[in-house]
Design a protein around this ligand. Structure first.
Ligand code: RIB
Length: 317
């Protein structure tokens, strides 16, 4: 079934640095590049490169950047008929710094993304969104949609908790979990173990049938249900640029779920896709193709995944 992505489109201005600046500090950069990005667009590219039918709804400015982004998404085979070009707005722009270890800092100027409104409900398939478009727009969309609804809670916005009741699967990373479900929410100590993280993720559930996926970067991912917990290990890689890795995870996840795969099947695949995405520069351009992910999961050990064949998921009671 098709994947419907409602989300942001940005031009990423990416600067490579030896190290990220401290507050008030000036650092000299080595290079800068202008690449396609935006969490929604990145997720759409990731899903499309898994071979899935992808429909995108979003907003750009009626400017050269907007036209360029629509063209880039169309070249990926994505249905771009739901992208509006708004005459009064500029296309969203993200200013991204990446250091020599692949860590990053991102500042987003929302532009047209902040004006996205009145989206058609999605009746079937998979709906995937993030929080770079207005929360009221997503609230209406998620409440009215009958599709499998996935919300990637990035960037963390505490007011987005109002959406959670209309979500089937939440995808959040560790810093986002700390914001939506701080340690104090359980009265627990600072235990970072899988069970403790899962307990905090469960405090976000509004219904018994919801699931949360907590992504842990090199630590893999947790699949959290009301009474079950699965840890999926990541694939060991030496990242050159982690920008968009979370988006890659979400896009690949949505694609696999759209094929009718279970979370237990989809999450290891999404972890492998996200790991591969960190081996290239940029966000949307670094999304791997399905064959590369499949090779990584089934093929012989490689320089980037030396132990993949011996890694297995741990199902906890
Ligand atoms: O998740 C990475 C993305 O965040 C970048 O492409 C940037 O545009 C921001 O939206």
């Amino acid at each position: 079934m098709a994947v419907h992505i409602v989300g942001s489109i940005n031009i990423d201005i990416i600067t490579s640095l030896h190290r990220l600046p401290l507050p008030g500090e000036t650092v000299l950069a080595e290079a800068t590049a202008r690449l396609p990005g935006g969490k929604g667009a990145n997720q759409a590219v990731a899903a499309a490169r898994m071979g899935t039918e992808v429909h995108f709804t979003g907003a750009v400015g009626k400017d050269d950047s907007g036209a360029w982004m629509i063209q880039r998404l169309a070249l990926e085979g994505i249905d771009v008929s739901g992208i509006r070009s708004l005459p009064e707005e500029a296309t969203g722009t993200a200013y991204i710094a990446v250091d020599a270890l692949g860590e990053n800092q991102i500042i987003v100027v929302s532009g047209a993304n902040a004006k996205l409104a009145g989206c058609e409900p999605v009746g079937q398939g998979v709906l995937l969104s993030q929080l770079e478009v207005p929360i009221p727009t997503l609230a209406e969309l998620f409440a009215k949609s009958g599709a499998l609804r996935i919300l990637n809670t990035a960037p963390a916005l505490i007011e987005a908790k109002a959406l959670f009741t209309h979500v089937d699967i939440l995808v959040l990373n560790r810093p986002e979990l700390d914001i939506y479900a701080p340690i104090a929410s359980l009265g627990a100590d600072a235990d970072a173990g899988w069970e403790a993280l899962a307990a905090r993720a469960r405090t976000l559930f509004c219904r018994d049938d919801q699931a949360a996926i907590v992504t842990l970067g090199a630590g893999g991912a947790l699949v959290v249900r009301k009474e079950r917990l699965l840890h999926v290990p990541s694939v060991p890689v030496r990242p050159v640029d982690t920008v968009g890795a979370g988006d890659c995870f979400c896009g690949a996840l949505a694609a696999l779920l759209g094929e009718g795969r279970s979370l237990e099947e989809a999450v290891p695949f999404a972890c492998a896709a996200a790991a591969l995405s960190t081996l290239a520069h940029g966000a949307a351009p670094s999304m791997p193709r399905r064959e590369a992910v499949a090779d990584l999961l089934s093929g012989p050990a490689t320089e980037h995944a030396p132990a993949i064949k011996n890694r297995s998921s741990v199902i906890l009671p």
